[in-house]
Design a protein around this ligand. Structure first.
Ligand code: NAD
Length: 330
């Protein structure tokens, strides 16, 4: 049985991925600070370790054998410099090289890195492929981009390094986030029957969380000749924020009316705009995206209707930056 370490395994993507890998008969070690709680169901092949990726000693003390590491731990979404920039730098950049080195020393054979398609920042190019230059607009995407060359410096046939640049993820996870574009808008539409869009023309790529998890699962076993030292964009539909709002309005028009307010904005975050091309995963790997943004919208709606996340408008746990500010993490 292969053993998979997931840093940030208690997060939005990590919680669903952990469940999926356990179902597929992998042993999973979740290494996480658990800042957003613990929504992972117990399982005989699961080990949860509460720890910080900055604490290399703690990682070196892990006794279990690890075959593959999937690195998700990160300060996500700090696009607006709301948190201490030092904290983002320490977690999202400074700890990266020591983490790679210690895992390599421990005999890990494969390292899958979650970068982000937001590293492309802004582009008019209708086809932003993996070769497109990076234009970091925020600290978050600057550090994501700076980790990538460090990742590949560590690549070898015994330590296969793979870089993934996912689009903005949408859909449901036991550890839910309502601070990601499709999730935010669907949540507001369902709860308030009103959506406010800032700017609106920014083009954003989107990806269903189940496709995200399927891709990480695929990469665990993928031929190292095909995936080693490679970067992969992964997205489904590129849609402007305004059109995501319209899509939601259309999906629900028979149930209820949704008011869409469009506001002008000057914020840094809203400058991100690019049209992601993810053909490489299909052409090189024959990996197919299965889910649509519509599926995510309907899933979120039915989860909210079923009474889950009752306090979603008020509870900071659903919003990363609000939670981290409250916890006063240093
Ligand atoms: N969600 C998206 O839309 C998206 C898009 C592109 C890339 N990504 C990347 O995918 C990864 C997972 O995203 P997510 O949405 O699940 O994020 P998330 O914020 O829900 O999860 C991150 C997890 O990492 C943990 N963590 C943070 N700092 C840590 C530290 N120092 N040590 C140990 N654990 C720590 C947190 O407690 C959290 O459980 C991130 O690296 C993110 O940048 C996400």
């Amino acid at each position: 049985m292969k053993s998979i370490l997931i840093t940030g395994g208690a997060g939005y993507v990590g919680t669903l991925l952990t469940d999926q890998l356990l179902q597929k008969n992998y042993k999973v070690l979740v290494y996480d600070t658990f800042w957003f709680g613990d929504f992972i169901s117990n399982h005989k092949n699961l080990i949860k370790i509460k720890g910080d990726i900055r604490d290399i000693n703690k990682i070196s003390e892990i006794k279990e054998n690890i075959d593959v590491a999937i690195h998700l731990a990160c300060i996500s979404n700090d696009n607006t410099f709301e948190l201490n920039p030092k904290l983002s730098e320490e977690i999202n950049y400074n700890s990266f090289s020591p983490l790679l080195k210690i895992l390599k020393q421990k005999g890990v054979k494969r390292f899958i890195n979650a970068s982000s398609s937001s590293v492309y920042g802004f582009s008019d190019n209708p086809n932003v492929t993996e070769e497109h230059p990076l234009l970091p607009l925020t600290l978050y995407n600057k550090f994501k981009g700076m980790c990538e060359p460090i990742l590949f410096e560590n690549h070898s046939s015994d330590f296969v390094c793979i870089n993934v640049r996912p689009a903005t993820v949408c859909g449901c996870s036991p550890r839910m986030r309502f601070d990601l574009s499709v999730n935010i808008l669907t949540h507001l539409a369902t709860k308030k029957k009103e959506i406010t869009v800032f700017g609106g023309k920014q083009m954003r790529p989107n990806l269903h969380i189940k496709d995200m998890c399927n891709f990480y699962e695929y990469l665990i076993e993928a031929d190292p000749e095909l995936v080693g030292m490679e970067t992969f964009n992964i997205s489904d539909e590129n849609i402007s924020i305004e059109n995501i709002a319209l899509k939601i309005k259309n999906i629900f028009f028979e149930k209820f009316n949704i008011d869409i307010n469009i506001k002008k904005t000057e914020s840094e975050d809203d400058k991100r705009s690019y049209h992601l091309n993810s053909n490489k995963i299909k052409e090189k790997l024959n990996f197919n995206i299965k889910y649509k943004v519509d599926d995510a919208i309907l899933d979120i709606y039915s989860v909210l209707q079923s009474g889950q996340h009752k306090d979603s408008l008020d509870n900071d746990i659903y919003y990363n930056i609000k939670t981290l500010k409250k916890l006063n993490i240093t």
